[in-house]
Ligand binder design. Structure first.
Ligand SMILES: [Fe+2]
Length: 394
């Protein structure tokens, strides 16, 4: 079992345990201890049979256009995350009430009732917030527009517009309808160039053909370029490569290419994904080879699934690095720091938005929040995005 699935399974089992404790706490006190334990166990097993039933019948369910996602998977995901949030909150409350009851014996009488009310309140609040995050934020990609000025930009590149799309994660949580809509919106921007930075399919190779056929409809005069992400390896890199070979998309794996009509001006470098270390800044294997792909007298555009590459690529004087992978953390707490605190900040250095090198302000990276999600289809203050960048001569 890969470390990725081991982590996912461990988190899942922890959340299921929290869910069991939460249900048990919320059952009426009039029931016996055994009765509460039995009912909680049956409800927990029943609720969590959804993903296993889904995996068993996924072939059948995927033929259905929308209702299995909207009416089964999404509510289940909301309930699972609500259980995690409420369970963790109640653990904190339980520790606090335990300390209070030790310091103040009279407090103990109301402890259980207090916990029960806290549980209901947090479950209710979590369900409301997560339903908003799932049914609104997660389903409404926005177009982020940036203009980046460079003193040394060749005049022929001034005004060049590129569109960046990443982390589609085609699968049960991201439908073909969603991908088709993203492709239409990107084409409607009429960019000169389109770039993709990996994680096209979440994990199931059955989605490769459908996803790549839709992405092949992306059109730009200078071409469509991409790199692979860690999920493309989980899906099966050989099948992904075979799929891309049938498209007009150029996937760059530790190599570079000049886009059509911009030869001598623009150098696109594609970094191969390190595959491992998905929750870290990641270690890139062939750094010397990558840095050797930079052409000093051209505008160098580096595509990397992992934003952690900026720790080293900023020393190569690559004017613009485009990355994804983090999904912006899927939840951003606004008002903390200049860009808000992304949950991805617990794991990686660069989470979302524009970064400038401290040594060279015109050496930049944009970390795209992506289209898809992992673990749960929930986003808060972190809408999916299509990024349009215009280069300008300063
Ligand atoms: Fe991703």
């Amino acid at each position: 079992m890969s470390s990725f699935f081991a982590v996912i399974l461990s988190v899942f089992l922890l959340v299921v345990f929290l869910q069991y404790m939460l249900i048990r706490l919320m059952l009426p006190q009039a029931l016996s201890k055994t009765g509460r334990a039995l009912i909680s166990l049956l409800l927990t097993v029943g609720i969590n049979s959804v993903p296993f039933l889904y995996m068993t019948w996924t072939g059948t369910l995927d033929q259905l256009p929308w209702w299995h996602r909207e009416l089964i998977i999404f509510p289940y995901a909301i309930l699972l995350v609500a259980s995690a949030v409420s369970g963790m909150f109640l653990l904190v409350v339980w520790c606090a009430t335990l300390m209070l009851s030790l310091l103040w014996p009279g407090f103990d009488r109301g402890k259980r009732r207090f916990l029960s009310y806290s549980g209901r309140a947090t479950v209710g609040a979590s369900l409301g917030v997560l339903a908003f995050g799932t049914y609104y934020e997660n389903k409404t990609p926005e177009i982020s527009r940036l203009t980046l000025s460079y003193r040394g930009l060749h005049p022929d590149l001034s005004g060049l517009r590129l569109v960046h799309i990443t982390d589609i994660h085609a699968g049960p949580l991201i439908s073909y309808e969603t991908i088709s809509s993203i492709v239409s919106r990107a084409n409607a921007l009429k960019p000169d160039l389109i770039v993709l930075t990996g994680d096209y399919v979440n994990h199931n190779p059955d989605y490769i053909h459908g996803c790549l056929a839709l992405l092949d409809e992306l059109k730009a005069p200078a071409g469509v370029f991409g790199v692979y992400g860690n999920h493309d390896y989980y899906t099966g890199i050989d099948a992904m490569k075979a799929g891309f070979a049938k498209t007009g998309i150029s996937v760059l794996s530790d190599c570079h290419q000049a886009p059509k009509g911009l030869e001598g001006l623009l150098n696109i470098i594609g970094a191969e994904d390190p595959i491992s270390g998905w929750a870290t800044d990641a270690q890139f294997q062939d750094v010397a080879k990558l840095s050797g792909l930079v052409i000093p007298d051209r505008f160098n555009l580096l595509l990397s699934h992992r934003p952690g590459i900026f720790r080293i690529s900023q020393d190569w004087k690559v004017a613009l690095t485009l990355a994804g992978h983090t999904h912006g953390g899927q939840v951003i707490l606004p008002g903390i720091g200049e860009r808000g605190f992304s949950l991805a900040g617990f794991f990686v250095t660069y989470t979302h938005g524009l970064y400038e090198s401290e040594k060279e302000p015109e050496v930049r990276m944009y970390v795209n929040r992506g289209i898809g999600t992992i673990i749960a289809p929930v986003r808060l203050f972190c809408r999916p995005e299509i990024v349009e960048i215009t280069l300008k001569k300063a």
